[in-house]
Write a protein that binds this ligand. Structure first.
Ligand code: CO
Length: 215
């Protein structure tokens, strides 16, 4: 088996050469400053690489990833990323992107012991508890799993909106929209979950009716 350094360094060199060949100024521009317009909050899953699934180059999207794209109000890491993205980079769109077939969501549904990570998965179990009736009403196990993946995205959109960072930005009339999308590993296609919050008043709508049950 090829040494990991040999493999990665060879691939890196080939990639850098290819980028320079198609745009000789590419790295010179990036070196000066990054100007991403979007923040992506996604899952750490190796199949859901933010730049690749939306076809964006380095420099175009600011990224935070963790297991099952969870936004927790005590997570300094995630909050720092959001603050930097909103207040320094001045992104106008935050995308929470989950994915079907998410191992974190599956583990949270199964209630087995996995060690330390169970503390993290607890946040998804909270989502499950909140939507238990609607999710358990589905007969098919896979449908329940898919719905929890969707509900998890929507809850994390709400969590982003409730952060003091976003509340403050909206108070200052900053243009800022939070989107909830879900990616299908099966076909590489992104789906819009119909959640796009650009104003605190829109938050109430999420829980008030229908709209967001996708099956
Ligand atoms: Co995942």
């Amino acid at each position: 088996m090829e040494d990991i350094r040999a493999l990665f360094f060879r691939k890196n060199k080939a990639w850098a050469d290819k980028m320079r060949a198609s745009d000789p100024e590419f790295f010179i521009r990036l070196h000066k400053q990054q100007h991403p317009k979007y923040l992506w909050i996604g899952c750490s899953d190796s199949r859901v690489s933010a730049n690749q699934v939306v076809g964006l180059d380095p420099g175009e999207i600011f990224v935070h990833r963790n297991i099952a794209n969870v936004v927790v109000h005590t997570d300094l890491n995630c909050l720092s990323v959001i603050q930097y993205a909103v207040e320094v980079l001045k992104v106008e769109h935050i995308i929470v992107c989950g994915h079907y077939g998410c191992g974190g969501v599956k583990a949270a549904m199964e209630n087995q012991e996995h060690g330390l990570i169970d503390n993290w998965l607890q946040h998804i179990q909270d989502v499950y508890r909140t939507h238990r009736a609607e999710i358990n009403a589905l007969e098919n196990k896979n449908d329940r799993y898919r719905l929890l993946c969707e509900k998890n995205v929507i809850e994390q959109v709400v969590n982003v909106c409730h952060t003091t960072i976003i509340q403050k930005a909206w108070r200052k009339k900053v243009n800022l929209s939070i989107h909830g999308w879900i990616y299908s590993v099966k076909n590489g296609i992104l789906n819009d979950l119909g959640v796009c919050i650009s104003h605190p008043d829109q938050l109430g709508v999420i829980y008030s009716d229908h709209g967001l049950s996708h099956s």
